[in-house]
Design a protein around this ligand. Structure first.
Ligand SMILES: NC(=O)c1ccc[n+]([C@@H]2O[C@H](COP(=O)([O-])OP(=O)(O)OC[C@H]3O[C@@H](n4cnc5c(N)ncnc54)[C@H](O)[C@@H]3O)[C@@H](O)[C@H]2O)c1
Length: 363
């Protein structure tokens, strides 16, 4: 087993452990666990039983009083109502600022649990244990927490770093192919935003990762997680523009996800959002043809299923992208690609171009 350990100074010290078949975190991080009076393991109620067993092995209760809380599946977990339900549960069970939340699940679970941890008692400690490929390379790291509002993604949220992030790729053994492919959508993003070595690692491992190859998944997880952890350390609160690059493809991607009404997994929507950004980049003369082809081929390699019919409403798409948090008063704002690893924001892009990119992304 190979593990990668990171200690990063954000607004607080964050430990991250990435590897396979890890065990017993309390013995590795005694200061974090020995002081906790109560633990609550938060999971996705629809995830396989083996996930809960694996999480219990990683986080044995020790002397702390131990509770579990099951959330509804996927985006149904990311609602204000679920956040209050979790907070109420913690309150009724007597959780204090000495208690600890452990989120073991996909990005929906880590986003919601991190959000609850940030508001309960004005902030208690939490641990992120992402169990999907997407959450191990992205959602479970970096301290952005969120719930959705009226169908719009991540409208209410906070920055609240987990004290510890544990990416154990053994969780991925039970992940269905559609979720691996969804994670690979974010993986392809890293090939477009990251430096040369990260891009080459993704290019080399993409098809093996899609086939569930253990070693490829661990290599990709470690490379992407390391990049994200370091990037976030330089711009924890998304203020200087550095962290923004992680949002490539997300403005259009979030709109595709919302339009599909829960029928398009997040990473798949991001992959379509990346294609949208590549088409706009090429059509506005930023991205030369050969570079476009090379990057677009990574999206083709994902073999995305056809998008649902109800997701093709261009008017609604325009309304959604204009409401994006990042639009900053413009009609629309998208990150575009000048070259692999070189991004540039474009604002108020013309309707005809948007329509071409929209049609191309949903082909
Ligand atoms: N906070 C951030 O920085 C950030 C970054 C990217 C994405 N996100 C958010 O992450 C969410 C998407 O995360 P996701 O793709 O992990 O989806 P998800 O949490 O919805 O999980 C997807 C599915 O996988 C199942 N699952 C989870 N672990 C499993 C396992 N080990 N074996 C079998 N099944 C398992 C779940 O039950 C669920 O059905 C979105 O809400 C997105 O907005 C957040």
């Amino acid at each position: 087993m190979k593990t990668f350990n990171f200690t990063v100074k954000y607004s607080r010290t964050v430990y991250a452990v990435i590897g396979r078949d890890m065990s017993d975190m309390p013995s590795q991080f005694p200061a974090l666990f020995s002081g906790a009076d109560k633990l609550c393991l938060v999971t996705d109620g629809a995830a396989p039983r083996s996930l809960k067993a694996r999480a219990a092995a990683l986080f044995p209760p020790g002397k702390a009083e131990y509770f579990t809380f099951a959330l509804p599946a996927s985006e149904k977990a990311k609602t204000p109502d679920q956040a209050w339900k979790l907070c109420s549960f913690l309150f009724l069970k007597g959780f204090s600022r000495d208690s600890l939340l452990i989120a073991a699940g996909g990005g929906a679970v880590t986003d919601l649990t991190g959000f609850a941890a940030s508001v309960y008692m004005r902030g208690i400690n939490w641990i992120s244990a992402p169990t999907t490929f997407l959450a191990q390379i992205d959602a479970g790291l970096g301290g952005k927490t969120a719930v959705n509002l009226r169908g719009a993604k991540n409208v209410v949220g906070t920055f609240h770093q987990p004290a510890l992030a544990v990416c154990d790729t053994a969780f991925l053994d039970s992940l269905p192919h559609a979720e691996l492919r969804s994670g690979a959508g974010e993986l392809v993003k890293y090939a477009m935003i990251g430096p040369g070595p990260l891009r080459r690692a993704v290019e080399k491992n993409l098809s093996k990762a899609l086939a569930g190859d253990e070693s490829a998944l661990t290599t990709c997880t470690a490379a992407c997680a390391a990049y994200k952890i370091k990037l976030v350390a330089k711009d924890e609160r998304d203020e200087t523009g550095l962290r923004e690059r992680l949002n490539l493809g997300h403005t259009a991607g979030h709109a595709f996800e919302a339009l599909a009404g829960g029928r398009m997994p997040h990473g798949e929507a991001v992959a379509r959002g990346l294609r949208f950004a590549l088409i706009l980049s090429a059509r506005t003369g930023r991205l030369p043809g050969p570079a476009f082809k090379k990057l677009d081929a990574l999206i083709t390699a994902l073999r995305l299923p056809s998008p649902p019919e109800l997701g093709r409403d261009f008017r609604k798409f325009l309304a959604l992208v204009s409401m994006d948090k990042k639009a900053r008063g413009a009609h629309n704002r998208f990150l575009l690609v000048n070259a692999p690893g070189r991004l540039e924001a474009a604002e108020n892009v013309k309707m005809a171009l948007l329509k071409k990119a929209f049609d191309g992304a949903l082909k």
